[in-house]
Design a protein around this ligand. Structure first.
Ligand SMILES: Nc1ncnc2c1ncn2[C@@H]1O[C@H](COP(=O)(O)OP(=O)(O)OP(=O)(O)O)[C@@H](O)[C@H]1O
Length: 279
């Protein structure tokens, strides 16, 4: 059994016996403001009053209108932007900044051009300095195999395609063995075929490693393919509009998108995104 199915089974068993399983991530009344670009001394509210819980090993996809605060919220969970009000708790501990148990994958591969693929992947563990040479080499080899880049370790990023660079980006995020993987439209810049392949690979990796994942996208089909639950944000300032359970069987293959149940979930999300709020 994969780590993620094991985590989900454990959660179900504990729920069945009435045990409390604490959520992995909790947001309570989270508000996030920026200094206003238009008025000196003013503030702009990007996210407002977000309450949510994400379970261990869960795959949550966040969708919402452009500019509603999805990236802002994700970056706060990563510890890159402070919350202005409320609190964010990771396994019960307030998030005060970045930490090795979280990794963020950006839309554009943010690789260091002067480092080889291998040295880009080892960047996080290098900084942490907790692994010996042999152990680090083994971890990087495992990750390159996992993302299908065995044999490319000595290449420089500029010699790789966009899809390959994004795979290195993913491997680099996984190198710190995060418990929570945060992904901000990681496949948006890829062509449709590469994107589909990367979605399938991400699902396999998530099944295999069992971490919690929060993934931001504009693509409804991608949301249904990946998610256990889809979180729909309102137009800005971002608030939780609704949650949609994606109860399609796993492991999911791209062919799942041809099924009727898949289409009806896409329709539900589309409706939520296009509903005009009642005054
Ligand atoms: N550094 C900043 N300073 C001021 N305002 C900002 C800053 N970063 C983002 N914003 C504003 O905060 C709001 C939310 O932005 P954010 O990028 O989080 O939205 P998003 O939902 O991820 O958007 P998209 O889907 O278009 O990527 C936007 O109105 C944006 O203009």
């Amino acid at each position: 059994m994969s780590r993620s199915s094991a985590a989900r089974s454990a959660t179900n068993a504990a729920t069945a016996t009435g045990d409390e399983i604490s959520p992995h991530l909790v947001a309570r009344g989270v508000g996030i403001q920026y200094p206003s670009p238009d008025a000196e001394g003013g503030v702009f509210t990007a996210v407002d009053g977000v309450d949510l819980e994400v379970r261990h090993g869960e795959f949550v996809v966040v969708v919402g209108p452009s500019g509603c605060g999805k990236t802002t919220f994700l970056h706060s969970v990563a510890g890159l932007i402070p919350t202005t009000s409320g609190e964010l708790l990771l396994s019960g501990t307030p998030i005060r900044g970045p930490g090795p148990e979280r990794a963020l994958v950006f839309q554009q591969p943010s690789l260091l051009p002067w480092r080889t693929v291998r040295r880009n992947v080892s960047y996080g563990p290098d900084l942490q300095g907790t692994l010996g040479r042999a152990e680090l080499r083994e971890r990087v080899d495992d990750l390159l195999r996992l993302v299908g880049l065995e044999g490319f370790g000595n290449r420089f990023p500029s010699t790789l395609s966009g899809g390959m660079q994004q795979r290195v980006n993913l491997a680099r995020a996984l190198a710190v063995e995060p418990e929570l993987l945060l992904l901000d439209e990681p496949f948006a810049a890829l062509d449709a075929q590469t994107r589909e392949r990367m979605q399938a690979e991400l699902l396999q990796i998530w099944e295999q490693l069992g971490m919690t994942a929060i993934f931001v996208t504009h693509d409804i089909k991608e949301a249904v393919l990946l998610a256990d639950r889809v979180l729909v944000f309102t137009a800005g300032p971002g608030r939780v509009k609704t949650w949609i359970d994606v109860d399609l069987p796993r492991p999911r293959k791209p062919e799942a998108s041809r099924e009727e149940a898949f289409h009806s979930l896409e329709d539900r999300i589309w409706d939520e995104l296009h509903q005009t709020p009642t005054p």
